[in-house]
Design a binder for this molecule. Sequence first.
Ligand SMILES: [Zn+2]
Length: 468
Amino acid sequence: MVSNRKFLFMLKSNMGIRKDMKIINGKIITGTSPNRILDGYSLYIKDNIIEKILPNRDIQPPDKKEEVIDAGGQFILPGSICAHTHFYGAFARGISIPGDAAKDFPEILNKLWWPLDRALDEKSIRFSAQVCLIDAIKHGTTTLFDHHASQNFIPGSLDIIAQEVLQSGARGALCYEVTDRDGGEKTLQGITENMRFNGVIKNRIDPDRLASFFGLHAGLTLSDRTLQKARDVAPEDLGFHIHVAEHTSDQDNSINNYGLRVVERLQRFGILGPNSIIVHGVHLNDVEINLLAESHSWVTHQPRSNMNNGVGMAQIEAMDKAGIQVCLGNDGFSNAMWEEWKAAYLAHKLWHHDPRRMPASLIAKMALTNNASLASHAFRTEVGTLTKGSLADLIFVDYHPFTPVTEGNLPWHIVFGFDEGLVTSTMVGGKFLMTNRELLTMDEQRITTEAMQYAQKVWENFQEISSQ
Ligand SMILES: [Zn+2]
């Protein structure tokens, strides 16, 4: 048994003897704007930061303190960032939803997501986070913005997820989804959980591993009183993370009950702003888009989810033109973010009957440039690019193109050629979480076996809650 004090000492001494690292023989995609591909360069890592990237001709012979990693000619990219996800939805995979199939998004919420979040307990919250983090690391996603709900296990729920994020080695920006849908006591618990966790974050010695937001479900389950309360208690530097106009019902509810469109209502309560994440924004008019642009709010786009729920497509190109930094999330779909690239690329062309819509370059802007800006803002340090001074979050991709890859056409190679199975190694903060497809921080076999056993209990709880 190692005492706390001894453990801390071991951590410190390990950090003290950590070798500098040099990664050679890779094609480095910087993820910067404009993007660059550096062939014939080596990438130096000191502690958790990229110290420098030098042409091979300028390389000094390695000294004994330096660990040399040979990337074997693979592409080296910044780790993918997911700007909006729901770990808590993991046990929805394969679940049997009682009754007739849900006919629209409000019925999907009522028949699937709300009974499921009420069915979660401590163990299932933990498993949900674990299996999603395994999925993320395997598919090269290193930073995730999670939006959590577990209405029968609220206090402490974010600590469980945070523990798993830290154990996995990834980065997580967490929040609890405040809603009035289960009564005033749960509303208050949700508010308290966000504020409590924000306090925990502020006291951590490694602030670049965890970040916090103030989670809000969506306008349609939030009263004016609750929005006001959220604004009153949240400090200015704590951003909100909220679903907005995902379906027409959110606009109908807002207009009919409050006489305002959704974004106008959120503006009235001070929910918009440069720290806040607005999720989806499928049904917005020009006035609302301008409000989001003027307030410098972030917007996230999740096309797989939008297609799955049949809710429509957001005006992403108009938002981009208006100056909004639109990011890319997955809304709980697999953490293979290139799948989201592909969905975005195809969905907008079909939706508009126009193959000119949603060029891959705009998707790269969302998934690389804007997601990196959002993560850098949230974690208050440079993350999401391979440049001097950035956190060393990177992945090796074993892609063998048969046409030239250039800085200009890279986004189309990612859409048409990249595949999550090509990710062989994943690093966060200079530490490998996976090498040669072997996970180093999480025991996938044990976790999936135990989660599989527990799934029966979660599904039984779900059926019972659904029948009430
Ligand atoms: Zn969502």
